[in-house]
Structures are given as C-alpha cells and as structure tokens.
Design a protein around this ligand. Sequence first.
Ligand code: ATP
Ligand code: MG
Length: 578
Amino acid sequence: MRQSTLFVPTLKESPADAEIASHRLLVRGGFLRRVASGIYNFLPLGVRVIHKIEGIIREEMNRAGAQEALFPILQPRELWEESGRWSQYGEEMMRLKDRSGRDFGLGPTHEEIVTELVRNNISSYRDLPLNLYQIGPKFRDEIRPRFGLMRGREFLMKDGYSFDRDEESMLKSYQEMFDAYGRIFSRCGCVWRAVEADTGLIGGDVSHEFMVPAEVGEAWIAYCDRCDYAANLERAEYEREPVERAEMIPLKKVHTPGRKTIEEVSSFLQVAPERLIKCLMYLVEDEPKALLIPGDREANEAKLGKIFSTDEFRMFNQEDWLRFPRFTQGFVGPVGLDQVEVLADWGIKGARGMVCGANQHDYHLVNVCEGRDYEVSRYVDATSAKEGDRCPRCHEGKLHVEAGIEVGQVFQLKTKYSLPLKAFYNDEEGESRPFYMGTYGIGVSRLMAAIVEQNHDERGIIWPASVSPAQLHILPLDWNQEVIRSVAEELYREALERGLEVLLDDRDERAGVKFADADLIGIPLRAVIGKSYLDRGELELQRRTGEKFFTDRMGIIEEAEKLKTLQVRGFPEGINTK
Ligand code: ATP
Ligand code: MG
C-alpha cells in the first residue's frame, strides 16, 4: 500500500463527539468515519483490521467444528411471531414494510431464521450436532448509540447457533464455543474475563459474557480475588454479613425536619447508613410494592425484573406519589405500611435497632426491629454487590468490581426456541424430540474498539500484530532524496514478494508529519530510512512500543516475518477461563 494514494484521511484534531480513546483514534487514524448516530463507514485500513479479526474468528470457529453460512438481514414478521419476539423486541428492532405492505424486521439477532432453517432441513439424530455461524451486519435501534463502534445501531456481529439432541450434548457444544471464544480474544491481543451473565432478550438459563476490562466499559463485573467466581454486576451475588443483634428497646419517633435522603438522615441522627432501612416504592404492573434495602446499598434493576417476574415496573415517579397519597414521599417506612406487599433484601433480615421513615412528614422511627415492628412477605436478593463484599462461592475471598466491555456472549438456550418454533428431530426410536440449542455472539466491530482501548498511548493506536492492518510501515524521511527513495522502494518490493503486508509512506511530507501519522495509525513495526542511512548505510527499526535499533534490510524483513507468524500462532490465554 502506498500512502500517497491510499485513502487514509488522518486528522490532527479529535472529532467533537468522540468521548473515548478508541473512537477518537479510529477516526483520527483514518479507519472510520461517521455517517449518522451509531452508523459508520469503514475506510480501507479499518476494513483490513476487521478482516484480520474475522480471520481469527473463522479459524477458531472452524477449528471447533462450526460451519460458516450467511443468513438474510431482512426477516419476515411471521417467524418472529412464532417465537413471540415480534412484540417482545420492542423499539430496538428496526422495522419496515415491503411494497405489498408485509412487515419485515432488520435482524438484531438470528435465532428465528436459523431455527426455521434447521427445522425444515434436519430430521434425524444422525445429522446432529450441527453448529452454524455467520459474520455480518446487525441492526439495533439503541436508545443511546455512542462511543463510536462500541454501541452502534448498525454493527458487525459474528453469531452462531448450535443444535444438539439433548442437554448433555448441548453442554459439550457450549463448552467448545466457550473455549474457542477465549482463544479468539487472546489472539486478538485482548486481556479478557469470562463472567456469569443475565440472558436478557435472547433468553435461556445459563449464559456467560466475555468482558475486556477497560475504564470506558459500560458493563460492571464483580470477581473474587480467591476463587474463579466472576459475574456481571446485574446478577453478581454476595455474602451478606450477619446483622447486628441490638437490644430490643422501645420504638421511638424522632423529628427529622426536611431530612429525606440516607445521607441527610444519617448525619442528622448520627447513625451509620447501614443502620438505616431504605424503603423504596415501586409500581409493578400498576400495583404499588415496597422494597426494603440497607441504607448503604443500591437496588439492582436487573435483579428486580426477576423478583417481580416482569419488565413492567418502575420506581415511583411524581405522578405515582400523587396518585397514592397514603405513602409519604421521603418518609416511607415499613412500620404500619398496610395494604402493600413488603419485600426486603436479605441484608436486613433479622435486623434490630434500625432507623426508618415514620410514614409521617418530617419524622423517622428509631430502634426499629423486624418481627416486632414490621413483617416482610418475602426476602430477596435485590441489591448490587460492591467492592470488598464477601464472595458468594468460596465465602472467603473479597469481590472486586471493575468496568468492562462486553465483546461476546454465549447462551445455553435448551428448547427456548425449538419448542415455540416446533423444531424437532427423530431419535433412534423414531420419537420426535426438540433440538437443544445454544447461541453465541461476538461483537466484531465492538471488539475492534475494545482492542484499541487496551492497546494505545496518547499518540495513537498500538495494534497487536495479529490484527494490525500491516506488519511493516516504511518511512523514508526525505522522499526527494534519490538514495533514500530507491532503498525504500527496494525494501517495499522485497517485503511484498515475501507476502508481507506493508505500508510505504511515499508522500513528500516532513519527517514530523510522517512520524505523527505512523504513531496514529499504529502499525507495530516501522523501518525508518533517513540520516543514518545516508551516513552509515543503516536502517532503523522502531517498534511502536518504543524500542529502536539499527539493522539492515534482512533484519527488518525477518522481524516483520516474525509478526506474521504470530498471527497464526496466536497469543497466550486470557485471565480467567470459566
Ligand atoms: P449490550 O448489553 O452491550 O447492549 P447485548 O447483550 O444486547 O449487548 P448480545 O445480544 O449479547 O448483545 O450480542 C452479542 C454481542 O454483540 C455482544 O456481546 C456485543 O459484543 C455485540 N453488540 C451488541 N450490541 C451492540 C451494539 N449496539 N453495537 C456494537 N456491538 C454490539
Ligand atoms: Mg450480551
């Protein structure tokens, strides 16, 4: 590739909407351009990186026995009605009509399409297991598309679907995909962690997400420092510390004028936040419910969805407080709270000597004891784990909380789609049985951004060799000097002949401009041809990570070839494998 003709429009300034490093650097480095919110053009260097990532994915998928196919983006409504997801998916699904008024959706995921394909074409246990995958665009009308490739409305995904005869065989397919995912992310140069995950709109029982730890990640992960427990904060459990069994002393009402929040009450009454009972009011399918949690905890929305068995709930808004005046906003508490179901987090089970709202404006109660003063209808796990909590698995380790980018997710679906879509096969006895399915996704374009988040400095991207758009960047510092130009051309030709991918900066630009662009673009190896060549006939080899040394043409070719073999052999394993 000759830089003088390559379409790589680098920028000195960051685009105004770019809040995170990967977004800034991919745009500035000439890999990416925005079309509309959450929609991007990939420029030639960007596509090369995408192809590298896809290449690694294909190798590992094929090695694990999956077969590549290609499914349509445009999907008929009827199939989505069969699974019940035409209405469930809501506004996130992009929809359109054809000329005769029939409804279609742009695929946000492809379970329906693939299940139908298999139900119509596989009828015998002899043809199982079967694992199909594709790499292609997905459409989701995200509420908040942002961070460049991280959360797009059109993005690239590798999605795969396994079909097995029973649960045991499904678990085997799941494990094979799990292991392949680990190899993929390691080979892409990422440090990653697999965590237990919620199943969301895809459904099923068991699921893991693959997270790339990064400050800008939108997911939160809790992991144990002693055992291998790791989970998305949406579902991470934690061990509750035993509650203090204070003396049962008489309940007392105290005047707390204008003190509504935990912080206000805690500092006014001089009691620690964990001695306060936070009483949260929810409207669940149009019915008020109270939830008690320790004052120093936050309610966990994802867990609440499961507790209430519906997505149709919200914390009381202003309208709800007006509609149900029997609840005193800012001063609700469980004592005397009639005609409403009271749920409580395990963290306050058996609590005594607590403080809570008195259900009277400007008053709180102190010395509150469960059982004597109020009853709870159901104890639940309703709060989020925090840094330093005790591990729910080994009970000894401490949980740490970190931000991560979800680059992939695997799901055990069992018969979640095969039953509603009536996808059956015949076993040895000729009996008809539903397929046991698994589904497996990787955000290919998001992964590209995640790689940059983990591999950059203030000057630009530092591509891991396995996904770099080229192995070698040749920088002849003065293109007008015949000697320099001819040695650069020679090196370029030789590298190409050996099958290397090379970018030659044949522009008539100042050295400073060439270095700045090279740093931004981030090819790991750079051959600099300048003064040392004119003086002593030496070429300088520079790594994007900083190391420099003098060598000759063969030295440079050999180093670049080493990077090429790395692409095939891959990187060591990531942090955690289960
Ligand atoms: P998120 O929780 O981040 O919205 P998801 O759990 O809805 O993602 P999945 O249905 O699991 O996403 O899709 C598989 C993979 O596709 C995800 O692990 C992620 O890497 C990627 N992905 C999902 N949504 C987007 C998006 N809007 N833009 C880019 N990549 C995405
Ligand atoms: Mg997911």
